[in-house]
Design a protein around this ligand. Sequence first.
Ligand SMILES: [Ca+2]
Ligand SMILES: [Ca+2]
Ligand SMILES: [Ca+2]
Ligand SMILES: [Ca+2]
Ligand SMILES: [Zn+2]
Length: 500
Amino acid sequence: MHRYRTIAGVGAAALTTAMLISPVAQAAPSSSASTTSKTSKTTTPTTRGELVRVQTRHSLLGTHTWYAQTFHGLPVLNGYYAKHTDKAGRVTVDDGRLAVPTSLSTTPTVAAAAAAGTAKTSLATAAAKAQATRRSGPAKDSPAQLSPTTSQRTTLAVLGGAGARLVWQVTGTGTAGSMQSVVDASTGKVLSQRSLVKHASGTGSVFSPNPVAGLHDENLTDQDDSNAAVPARAYRKVKLTNLDTSGKLQGAYARIMNADAVTSPTRTFTFKRHAEGFEQVSAYYDITQAQLYLRSLGFTDVNAEPQKVETNTIPDDNSFYDPSTDMITFGNGGVDDAEDQEVVWHELGHAIQDDQVPGFGESEEGGAIGEAFGDYWAVTMSEPVGKGFDVPCVMDWDATSYTDGPSHCLRRVDGPKTTDDIDGEVHDDGEIWSRALWDIHNALGRTKANKVIIESQFGISPTTTFAAAAQHTVQTARVMYGANAAAAVRQAFVIRKILG
Ligand SMILES: [Ca+2]
Ligand SMILES: [Ca+2]
Ligand SMILES: [Ca+2]
Ligand SMILES: [Ca+2]
Ligand SMILES: [Zn+2]
């Protein structure tokens, strides 16, 4: 599952940074390190240092105790030692210790600050180079492996094996996660740099897309966030993908920023709705699913980053995307907003557009297109999981707190408005545009419609008018799918009196 085992250092003070242990498959043969005894008498005397117990894990078949190799209290990078004991008491040792010359000095000649400075400069250079390469080619399907760091920790360590030496291990954290640099503590030379970020998956519970649509039940109510208000069958167990290995809800495409962010070393996040973690899981999952969907359509550079998000941090029955901080905030008024996937997808719609076009939606009609796309995005993302229940209804669950029945919708994407109904309020006027998007969806089908809609948004200016954006969408459909598709898209805007 994970190529490397990451061990959070315990015991020795020197083991405060995450320490990476070599893959078991590449374990050094136990003879390789014992050069002192049998083979050569001419080599420098070496030691395999002292072992510090890191952890013991109990599995179905036995127990597994992992040790870190140390030398005079310093961690030996990539050295490891494991003792596996099966149920019958049989012990197997996996010895990956590396030879360290007994004479190796543990006093650096290069100061910690100098090593940290060198590591930072080197990373910045590499990041700039990667950025330049990226401009001339397609974006890679992975988060940036190199990014300038914003904070650093520097600890002394020993590099074992051939070329053993004293090193500074510099762990810098930046926007793409942590980078580890190894700097020679005698020469100041950068020996290696790599990202510590790995991707993993976990398990979570979500509503899908929400209890009303999921259970086809318009009579459900919030009941003050009580677990009892929603039947167990409304929950769906889902795989949380693209997580890093921090045990937090953060990964390649979403990052929960809450002060009370939940953690799970086993990446198991199965909460009921009353728990704060439930909304965090929902936000993480929904945003990641949307990004995976965009990628399945071929868009690898649309908000392709860990989108920052916080849940239940404001008491209002409101949520918003803030372009100045690139953060989505979900309120907990009424039904907690992030319980309803359609609220999450609506806000994500703003983040998507803002990523496509800086300052998207500065004009009133541009702002209306923003609200329209958020509603449409909620509906089209919801469609495959909503089991056909009143698909054009937006936020069926959240809306139970503020709408009378029988059906509960914040808004709909199949309304009758045209430009005759423009009132200057972006959400109201958004219903004109979202209906056009919905008609395009029905004319071209989900996949083609969404490709056209997302593609066209790259070319919509922040100060657009409905008419200019519509013309551009028609043109995009023509380029992508030909005259018939263009005619269908055009017709959708003609009915709304956006185009004549
Ligand atoms: Ca809740
Ligand atoms: Ca973003
Ligand atoms: Ca709410
Ligand atoms: Ca819905
Ligand atoms: Zn909005």
